[in-house]
Design a protein around this ligand. Sequence first.
Ligand code: ARG
Length: 459
Amino acid sequence: MALWGGRFTQAADGRFKQFNDSLRFDYRLAEQDIIGSVAWSKALVTVSVLTQDEQQQLEVALNTLLEEVRANPQQILQSDAEDIHSWVEGRLIEKVGALGKKLHTGRSRNDQVATDLKLWCKEQVLLLLSAVRELQRALVDTAEANQDAVMPGYTHLQRAQPVTFAHWCLAYVEMLARDESRLKDTLKRLDVSPLGSGALAGTAYEIDREQLAEWLGFASATRNSLDSVSDRDHALELLSDAAIGMVHLSRFAEDLIFFNTGEANFVELSDRVTSGSSLMPQKKNPDALELIRGKCGRVQGALTGMMMTLKGLPLAYNKDMQEDKEGLFDALDTWLDCLHMSVLVLDGIQVKRPRCQEAAEQGYANATELADYLVAKGIPFREAHHIVGEAVVAAIGQGVALEALTLAQLQQFSPQIEQDVYPILSLQSCLDKRNAKGGVAPQQVASAIAEAKARLSDR
Ligand code: ARG
Protein backbone atom coordinates (compact mmCIF):
# COMPACT_ATOMS: atom_id res chain seq x y z
CA MET A 1 0.00 0.00 0.00
CA ALA A 2 1.48 3.35 -1.01
CA LEU A 3 0.68 6.13 1.43
CA TRP A 4 0.60 8.97 -1.03
CA GLY A 5 -1.02 7.91 -4.36
CA GLY A 6 -3.65 10.68 -4.64
CA ARG A 7 -1.58 13.35 -6.31
CA PHE A 8 0.03 11.03 -8.85
CA THR A 9 -1.21 9.92 -12.26
CA GLN A 10 1.73 7.71 -13.20
CA ALA A 11 3.05 4.76 -11.25
CA ALA A 12 6.61 4.95 -9.98
CA ASP A 13 9.23 3.43 -12.22
CA GLY A 14 10.17 0.02 -10.85
CA ARG A 15 13.81 1.01 -10.68
CA PHE A 16 12.98 4.19 -8.77
CA LYS A 17 10.82 2.22 -6.35
CA GLN A 18 13.73 -0.13 -5.69
CA PHE A 19 16.02 2.84 -5.16
CA ASN A 20 13.60 4.72 -2.93
CA ASP A 21 12.21 1.94 -0.76
CA SER A 22 13.75 1.43 2.66
CA LEU A 23 11.80 -1.59 3.90
CA ARG A 24 14.71 -3.98 3.29
CA PHE A 25 16.63 -2.28 6.09
CA ASP A 26 14.12 -0.26 8.15
CA TYR A 27 12.09 -3.43 8.83
CA ARG A 28 14.28 -3.54 11.92
CA LEU A 29 12.23 -0.64 13.30
CA ALA A 30 8.98 -2.65 13.21
CA GLU A 31 8.59 -3.03 16.97
CA GLN A 32 9.33 0.61 17.61
CA ASP A 33 6.92 1.69 14.88
CA ILE A 34 4.13 -0.36 16.40
CA ILE A 35 4.82 0.83 19.94
CA GLY A 36 4.91 4.44 18.72
CA SER A 37 1.63 3.87 16.90
CA VAL A 38 -0.10 2.57 20.03
CA ALA A 39 0.97 5.70 21.91
CA TRP A 40 -0.17 7.91 19.04
CA SER A 41 -3.58 6.22 19.01
CA LYS A 42 -3.93 7.04 22.72
CA ALA A 43 -3.03 10.66 22.02
CA LEU A 44 -5.71 10.79 19.30
CA VAL A 45 -8.35 9.91 21.90
CA THR A 46 -7.40 12.97 23.96
CA VAL A 47 -8.15 15.22 20.96
CA SER A 48 -11.36 13.36 20.06
CA VAL A 49 -10.12 11.97 16.75
CA LEU A 50 -10.65 8.43 18.04
CA THR A 51 -13.17 7.14 20.56
CA GLN A 52 -12.00 4.99 23.44
CA ASP A 53 -13.54 2.04 21.72
CA GLU A 54 -11.82 2.70 18.40
CA GLN A 55 -8.51 3.16 20.15
CA GLN A 56 -8.99 -0.17 21.93
CA GLN A 57 -9.57 -1.92 18.62
CA LEU A 58 -6.45 -0.35 17.16
CA GLU A 59 -4.38 -1.19 20.20
CA VAL A 60 -5.46 -4.83 20.19
CA ALA A 61 -4.67 -5.15 16.49
CA LEU A 62 -1.32 -3.40 16.90
CA ASN A 63 -0.40 -5.68 19.78
CA THR A 64 -1.27 -8.75 17.73
CA LEU A 65 0.92 -7.38 14.98
CA LEU A 66 3.69 -6.82 17.49
CA GLU A 67 3.56 -10.47 18.51
CA GLU A 68 3.60 -11.57 14.88
CA VAL A 69 6.59 -9.37 14.18
CA ARG A 70 8.46 -10.62 17.23
CA ALA A 71 7.80 -14.21 16.23
CA ASN A 72 9.00 -13.68 12.68
CA PRO A 73 10.50 -10.31 11.75
CA GLN A 74 11.70 -11.66 8.39
CA GLN A 75 8.10 -11.97 7.14
CA ILE A 76 8.12 -8.20 6.68
CA LEU A 77 10.64 -8.57 3.86
CA GLN A 78 8.09 -10.46 1.74
CA SER A 79 6.09 -7.24 1.32
CA ASP A 80 6.65 -4.59 -1.34
CA ALA A 81 5.67 -1.77 1.02
CA GLU A 82 7.83 1.34 0.69
CA ASP A 83 9.02 1.43 4.26
CA ILE A 84 8.25 0.07 7.71
CA HIS A 85 5.73 2.85 8.41
CA SER A 86 3.68 1.97 5.34
CA TRP A 87 3.99 -1.70 6.17
CA VAL A 88 2.63 -1.30 9.71
CA GLU A 89 -0.20 0.94 8.58
CA GLY A 90 -1.07 -1.43 5.72
CA ARG A 91 -1.14 -4.47 8.01
CA LEU A 92 -3.27 -2.55 10.50
CA ILE A 93 -5.81 -1.68 7.82
CA GLU A 94 -5.87 -5.33 6.74
CA LYS A 95 -6.68 -6.27 10.31
CA VAL A 96 -9.26 -3.64 11.31
CA GLY A 97 -10.45 -2.19 8.00
CA ALA A 98 -11.26 1.49 7.50
CA LEU A 99 -10.68 2.37 11.14
CA GLY A 100 -6.97 1.77 10.56
CA LYS A 101 -6.95 4.69 8.14
CA LYS A 102 -7.58 7.13 10.99
CA LEU A 103 -4.31 6.38 12.79
CA HIS A 104 -2.09 8.67 10.73
CA THR A 105 -4.16 11.77 11.62
CA GLY A 106 -1.87 14.60 12.74
CA ARG A 107 1.23 12.46 12.35
CA SER A 108 3.89 12.48 9.67
CA ARG A 109 6.40 9.83 8.74
CA ASN A 110 8.94 12.50 9.57
CA ASP A 111 8.20 12.64 13.28
CA GLN A 112 7.39 8.94 13.17
CA VAL A 113 10.73 7.81 11.78
CA ALA A 114 12.59 10.16 14.13
CA THR A 115 10.73 8.60 17.05
CA ASP A 116 11.21 5.02 15.88
CA LEU A 117 14.91 5.50 15.42
CA LYS A 118 15.34 7.07 18.83
CA LEU A 119 13.43 4.24 20.49
CA TRP A 120 15.67 1.78 18.66
CA CYS A 121 18.82 3.68 19.67
CA LYS A 122 17.76 3.60 23.31
CA GLU A 123 17.45 -0.19 23.19
CA GLN A 124 20.81 -0.54 21.49
CA VAL A 125 22.49 1.62 24.11
CA LEU A 126 21.28 -0.78 26.80
CA LEU A 127 22.56 -3.81 24.89
CA LEU A 128 25.89 -2.12 24.27
CA LEU A 129 26.22 -0.99 27.87
CA SER A 130 25.76 -4.51 29.11
CA ALA A 131 28.27 -5.86 26.58
CA VAL A 132 30.84 -3.19 27.48
CA ARG A 133 30.44 -4.09 31.14
CA GLU A 134 30.69 -7.80 30.41
CA LEU A 135 34.00 -7.26 28.64
CA GLN A 136 35.26 -5.17 31.55
CA ARG A 137 34.37 -8.01 33.91
CA ALA A 138 36.18 -10.51 31.69
CA LEU A 139 39.24 -8.26 31.72
CA VAL A 140 39.12 -7.88 35.49
CA ASP A 141 38.84 -11.66 35.89
CA THR A 142 41.81 -12.14 33.57
CA ALA A 143 43.72 -9.51 35.52
CA GLU A 144 42.96 -11.21 38.80
CA ALA A 145 44.27 -14.51 37.50
CA ASN A 146 47.46 -12.93 36.16
CA GLN A 147 48.63 -10.53 38.85
CA ASP A 148 51.99 -12.26 39.10
CA ALA A 149 52.55 -12.65 35.35
CA VAL A 150 55.40 -10.22 34.73
CA MET A 151 55.96 -9.19 31.15
CA PRO A 152 57.74 -6.41 29.32
CA GLY A 153 55.88 -3.15 28.91
CA TYR A 154 56.58 -1.32 25.66
CA THR A 155 57.01 2.14 24.29
CA HIS A 156 57.79 2.45 20.57
CA LEU A 157 57.32 -1.33 20.65
CA GLN A 158 60.71 -1.48 22.40
CA ARG A 159 60.88 -3.20 25.75
CA ALA A 160 60.68 -0.33 28.22
CA GLN A 161 59.85 -1.35 31.80
CA PRO A 162 58.34 -4.48 33.28
CA VAL A 163 54.59 -4.57 33.86
CA THR A 164 52.21 -7.39 34.69
CA PHE A 165 49.61 -8.97 32.45
CA ALA A 166 47.07 -7.82 35.04
CA HIS A 167 48.14 -4.21 34.64
CA TRP A 168 47.77 -4.54 30.86
CA CYS A 169 44.22 -5.90 31.29
CA LEU A 170 43.30 -3.02 33.59
CA ALA A 171 44.41 -0.46 31.00
CA TYR A 172 41.66 -1.77 28.72
CA VAL A 173 39.18 -1.72 31.60
CA GLU A 174 39.80 2.03 31.79
CA MET A 175 39.16 2.51 28.07
CA LEU A 176 35.95 0.53 28.30
CA ALA A 177 34.85 2.47 31.37
CA ARG A 178 35.10 5.62 29.26
CA ASP A 179 33.14 3.91 26.47
CA GLU A 180 30.51 3.09 29.04
CA SER A 181 30.34 6.65 30.26
CA ARG A 182 30.11 7.97 26.69
CA LEU A 183 27.15 5.70 26.02
CA LYS A 184 25.38 6.84 29.17
CA ASP A 185 25.97 10.41 28.19
CA THR A 186 24.59 9.79 24.71
CA LEU A 187 21.50 8.24 26.23
CA LYS A 188 20.79 11.35 28.29
CA ARG A 189 20.65 13.63 25.25
CA LEU A 190 18.81 11.11 23.11
CA ASP A 191 16.01 10.52 25.58
CA VAL A 192 13.71 13.22 24.16
CA SER A 193 10.61 12.39 22.11
CA PRO A 194 10.04 13.97 18.68
CA LEU A 195 6.54 12.48 18.30
CA GLY A 196 3.88 15.12 17.74
CA SER A 197 6.18 17.39 15.72
CA GLY A 198 4.25 16.61 12.56
CA ALA A 199 5.98 16.93 9.21
CA LEU A 200 8.04 19.91 10.36
CA ALA A 201 5.85 22.66 11.84
CA GLY A 202 4.20 20.76 14.67
CA THR A 203 0.94 18.83 14.79
CA ALA A 204 -2.36 20.65 14.30
CA TYR A 205 -3.97 18.68 17.12
CA GLU A 206 -3.55 19.94 20.62
CA ILE A 207 -1.80 16.89 21.93
CA ASP A 208 -0.02 16.82 25.28
CA ARG A 209 3.38 15.87 23.90
CA GLU A 210 4.94 15.53 27.34
CA GLN A 211 2.41 12.89 28.26
CA LEU A 212 2.95 11.19 24.91
CA ALA A 213 6.70 11.19 25.57
CA GLU A 214 6.09 9.64 28.97
CA TRP A 215 3.93 6.87 27.49
CA LEU A 216 6.85 5.98 25.23
CA GLY A 217 9.34 5.97 28.09
CA PHE A 218 11.13 9.17 27.05
CA ALA A 219 12.29 11.62 29.70
CA SER A 220 10.63 14.55 27.94
CA ALA A 221 9.39 15.92 24.60
CA THR A 222 11.53 17.90 22.15
CA ARG A 223 11.21 21.70 22.17
CA ASN A 224 11.27 22.61 18.47
CA SER A 225 9.44 20.78 15.70
CA LEU A 226 11.84 21.76 12.90
CA ASP A 227 14.76 20.42 14.87
CA SER A 228 12.81 17.36 16.02
CA VAL A 229 12.32 15.93 12.55
CA SER A 230 15.77 16.81 11.24
CA ASP A 231 17.94 16.04 14.26
CA ARG A 232 20.15 12.97 13.86
CA ASP A 233 22.71 13.91 16.51
CA HIS A 234 21.91 10.70 18.33
CA ALA A 235 23.01 8.72 15.27
CA LEU A 236 26.19 10.78 15.08
CA GLU A 237 26.88 10.39 18.78
CA LEU A 238 26.29 6.66 18.78
CA LEU A 239 28.46 6.28 15.72
CA SER A 240 31.17 8.30 17.46
CA ASP A 241 30.85 6.12 20.55
CA ALA A 242 31.14 3.07 18.32
CA ALA A 243 34.07 4.51 16.40
CA ILE A 244 36.02 5.20 19.60
CA GLY A 245 34.97 1.89 21.16
CA MET A 246 36.16 0.04 18.07
CA VAL A 247 39.49 1.86 18.15
CA HIS A 248 39.91 0.51 21.68
CA LEU A 249 38.99 -3.01 20.63
CA SER A 250 41.29 -2.78 17.66
CA ARG A 251 44.22 -1.85 19.90
CA PHE A 252 43.30 -4.65 22.29
CA ALA A 253 43.27 -7.04 19.33
CA GLU A 254 46.59 -5.77 18.02
CA ASP A 255 48.31 -6.16 21.41
CA LEU A 256 47.09 -9.73 21.68
CA ILE A 257 48.02 -10.53 18.09
CA PHE A 258 51.52 -9.37 18.92
CA PHE A 259 51.61 -11.28 22.23
CA ASN A 260 50.53 -14.35 20.26
CA THR A 261 53.26 -14.17 17.61
CA GLY A 262 55.98 -16.81 17.57
CA GLU A 263 58.41 -13.97 18.28
CA ALA A 264 56.74 -12.74 21.49
CA ASN A 265 55.01 -15.99 22.41
CA PHE A 266 53.49 -14.51 25.60
CA VAL A 267 50.03 -16.01 25.22
CA GLU A 268 48.33 -19.01 23.72
CA LEU A 269 44.92 -18.36 22.18
CA SER A 270 42.20 -20.94 22.45
CA ASP A 271 41.42 -23.20 19.49
CA ARG A 272 37.88 -21.84 19.78
CA VAL A 273 38.88 -18.44 18.39
CA THR A 274 41.66 -19.32 15.97
CA SER A 275 41.75 -21.07 12.65
CA GLY A 276 44.18 -23.07 10.58
CA SER A 277 45.80 -22.47 7.24
CA SER A 278 44.60 -24.46 4.25
CA LEU A 279 48.22 -24.86 3.15
CA MET A 280 50.50 -24.66 6.17
CA PRO A 281 49.61 -27.34 8.71
CA GLN A 282 51.61 -25.78 11.53
CA LYS A 283 49.61 -22.55 11.62
CA LYS A 284 47.04 -21.34 14.11
CA ASN A 285 45.91 -17.90 13.10
CA PRO A 286 44.38 -15.29 15.44
CA ASP A 287 41.41 -14.69 13.10
CA ALA A 288 38.96 -13.50 15.75
CA LEU A 289 41.38 -10.77 16.79
CA GLU A 290 42.30 -9.83 13.24
CA LEU A 291 38.63 -9.44 12.36
CA ILE A 292 38.05 -7.24 15.40
CA ARG A 293 40.99 -5.10 14.30
CA GLY A 294 39.78 -5.10 10.71
CA LYS A 295 36.14 -4.31 11.41
CA CYS A 296 37.20 -1.08 13.06
CA GLY A 297 37.44 0.33 9.54
CA ARG A 298 33.82 -0.01 8.51
CA VAL A 299 32.68 1.63 11.75
CA GLN A 300 34.89 4.67 11.14
CA GLY A 301 33.45 4.73 7.63
CA ALA A 302 29.88 4.73 8.91
CA LEU A 303 30.61 7.72 11.16
CA THR A 304 32.22 9.68 8.35
CA GLY A 305 29.41 8.72 5.98
CA MET A 306 26.73 10.00 8.36
CA MET A 307 28.62 13.24 9.00
CA MET A 308 28.83 13.84 5.25
CA THR A 309 25.18 12.97 4.67
CA LEU A 310 24.03 15.52 7.24
CA LYS A 311 26.51 18.23 6.32
CA GLY A 312 24.78 21.07 4.48
CA LEU A 313 21.29 19.53 4.70
CA PRO A 314 18.68 22.28 4.83
CA LEU A 315 15.99 22.15 7.50
CA ALA A 316 13.88 20.18 7.97
CA TYR A 317 13.43 16.57 6.78
CA ASN A 318 15.06 15.52 3.51
CA LYS A 319 15.12 12.06 2.01
CA ASP A 320 18.88 12.07 2.43
CA MET A 321 18.11 11.25 6.04
CA GLN A 322 16.90 7.80 5.10
CA GLU A 323 20.63 7.10 4.72
CA ASP A 324 20.95 7.31 8.52
CA LYS A 325 20.01 3.69 9.05
CA GLU A 326 22.20 1.18 7.24
CA GLY A 327 25.51 2.55 8.49
CA LEU A 328 24.19 2.95 12.03
CA PHE A 329 22.70 -0.54 12.13
CA ASP A 330 25.87 -2.06 10.75
CA ALA A 331 28.20 -0.08 13.01
CA LEU A 332 26.32 -0.92 16.21
CA ASP A 333 25.89 -4.58 15.23
CA THR A 334 29.60 -4.73 14.51
CA TRP A 335 30.57 -3.12 17.80
CA LEU A 336 28.31 -5.47 19.74
CA ASP A 337 29.70 -8.54 17.93
CA CYS A 338 33.27 -7.44 18.56
CA LEU A 339 32.59 -6.87 22.26
CA HIS A 340 31.17 -10.37 22.56
CA MET A 341 34.03 -11.85 20.56
CA SER A 342 36.59 -10.12 22.78
CA VAL A 343 35.03 -11.79 25.83
CA LEU A 344 35.31 -15.13 24.08
CA VAL A 345 38.98 -14.53 23.27
CA LEU A 346 39.78 -13.72 26.92
CA ASP A 347 37.81 -16.70 28.11
CA GLY A 348 40.32 -19.18 26.70
CA ILE A 349 43.56 -17.23 26.84
CA GLN A 350 46.65 -18.77 28.45
CA VAL A 351 49.42 -16.49 29.63
CA LYS A 352 52.81 -18.18 29.27
CA ARG A 353 54.43 -16.89 32.43
CA PRO A 354 57.97 -18.30 32.11
CA ARG A 355 58.24 -16.91 28.61
CA CYS A 356 56.83 -13.48 29.67
CA GLN A 357 59.21 -13.37 32.61
CA GLU A 358 62.17 -14.27 30.41
CA ALA A 359 61.28 -11.48 27.97
CA ALA A 360 60.87 -9.01 30.83
CA GLU A 361 64.34 -9.94 32.08
CA GLN A 362 65.83 -9.26 28.68
CA GLY A 363 65.85 -5.90 27.00
CA TYR A 364 67.35 -3.96 29.93
CA ALA A 365 63.94 -3.16 31.36
CA ASN A 366 65.65 -2.41 34.70
CA ALA A 367 67.95 0.32 33.34
CA THR A 368 65.77 3.04 34.84
CA GLU A 369 66.15 1.33 38.21
CA LEU A 370 69.92 1.58 38.03
CA ALA A 371 69.64 5.27 37.17
CA ASP A 372 67.28 5.84 40.13
CA TYR A 373 69.75 3.95 42.33
CA LEU A 374 72.52 6.37 41.31
CA VAL A 375 70.20 9.32 41.92
CA ALA A 376 69.66 8.01 45.44
CA LYS A 377 73.45 8.08 45.82
CA GLY A 378 73.49 11.78 44.99
CA ILE A 379 74.23 11.70 41.26
CA PRO A 380 72.06 14.08 39.17
CA PHE A 381 69.58 12.15 37.01
CA ARG A 382 70.95 13.37 33.68
CA GLU A 383 74.42 12.10 34.62
CA ALA A 384 73.04 8.86 36.01
CA HIS A 385 71.16 8.35 32.73
CA HIS A 386 74.44 8.66 30.83
CA ILE A 387 76.31 6.28 33.13
CA VAL A 388 73.62 3.63 32.80
CA GLY A 389 73.61 4.09 29.03
CA GLU A 390 77.30 3.16 28.99
CA ALA A 391 76.69 0.17 31.27
CA VAL A 392 73.91 -1.03 28.95
CA VAL A 393 76.22 -0.79 25.92
CA ALA A 394 78.79 -2.89 27.75
CA ALA A 395 76.22 -5.48 28.80
CA ILE A 396 74.88 -5.68 25.24
CA GLY A 397 78.48 -6.17 24.06
CA GLN A 398 78.80 -9.17 26.36
CA GLY A 399 75.29 -10.38 25.57
CA VAL A 400 74.22 -10.37 29.23
CA ALA A 401 71.71 -8.58 31.46
CA LEU A 402 72.75 -5.63 33.64
CA GLU A 403 72.48 -7.68 36.80
CA ALA A 404 74.84 -10.26 35.27
CA LEU A 405 77.71 -7.75 35.30
CA THR A 406 80.00 -8.21 38.29
CA LEU A 407 80.28 -5.48 40.88
CA ALA A 408 83.80 -4.66 39.63
CA GLN A 409 82.45 -4.28 36.10
CA LEU A 410 79.61 -2.04 37.27
CA GLN A 411 81.97 0.09 39.33
CA GLN A 412 83.91 0.95 36.18
CA PHE A 413 80.93 3.07 35.22
CA SER A 414 80.44 4.56 38.65
CA PRO A 415 82.37 3.92 41.86
CA GLN A 416 79.14 4.72 43.73
CA ILE A 417 77.66 1.37 42.73
CA GLU A 418 77.81 -1.16 45.57
CA GLN A 419 76.65 -4.67 46.38
CA ASP A 420 73.19 -3.37 47.38
CA VAL A 421 72.48 -2.63 43.70
CA TYR A 422 71.55 -6.23 42.86
CA PRO A 423 68.22 -6.50 44.66
CA ILE A 424 67.29 -3.15 43.11
CA LEU A 425 67.78 -4.64 39.66
CA SER A 426 65.36 -7.51 40.24
CA LEU A 427 62.07 -7.48 38.33
CA GLN A 428 60.14 -7.66 41.57
CA SER A 429 61.79 -4.52 42.85
CA CYS A 430 61.03 -2.74 39.56
CA LEU A 431 57.35 -3.54 40.05
CA ASP A 432 57.21 -2.91 43.81
CA LYS A 433 58.65 0.56 43.52
CA ARG A 434 55.85 1.82 41.26
CA ASN A 435 53.45 2.08 44.12
CA ALA A 436 51.94 5.51 43.52
CA LYS A 437 48.31 5.52 42.40
CA GLY A 438 47.87 3.88 39.00
CA GLY A 439 51.30 2.23 39.06
CA VAL A 440 52.16 -1.40 38.39
CA ALA A 441 53.07 -2.30 42.01
CA PRO A 442 51.17 -5.45 43.08
CA GLN A 443 49.45 -3.48 45.84
CA GLN A 444 48.15 -0.89 43.36
CA VAL A 445 47.02 -3.54 40.90
CA ALA A 446 45.21 -5.44 43.65
CA SER A 447 43.34 -2.36 44.78
CA ALA A 448 42.52 -1.41 41.17
CA ILE A 449 41.05 -4.89 40.69
CA ALA A 450 38.99 -4.57 43.87
CA GLU A 451 37.71 -1.15 42.83
CA ALA A 452 36.78 -2.30 39.32
CA LYS A 453 35.03 -5.36 40.72
CA ALA A 454 32.93 -3.23 43.05
CA ARG A 455 32.00 -0.88 40.22
CA LEU A 456 31.04 -3.77 37.94
CA SER A 457 29.33 -5.95 40.50
CA ASP A 458 25.70 -4.98 39.85
CA ARG A 459 24.69 -7.09 36.87
N1 ARG B 1 11.70 5.91 4.95
C1 ARG B 1 11.83 7.25 5.40
C2 ARG B 1 13.13 7.40 6.19
O1 ARG B 1 13.70 6.47 6.55
C3 ARG B 1 10.70 7.59 6.29
C4 ARG B 1 10.34 9.04 6.28
C5 ARG B 1 9.77 9.40 5.00
N2 ARG B 1 9.27 10.72 5.00
C6 ARG B 1 8.97 11.34 3.87
N3 ARG B 1 8.50 12.52 3.98
N4 ARG B 1 9.11 10.76 2.72
O2 ARG B 1 13.59 8.48 6.40
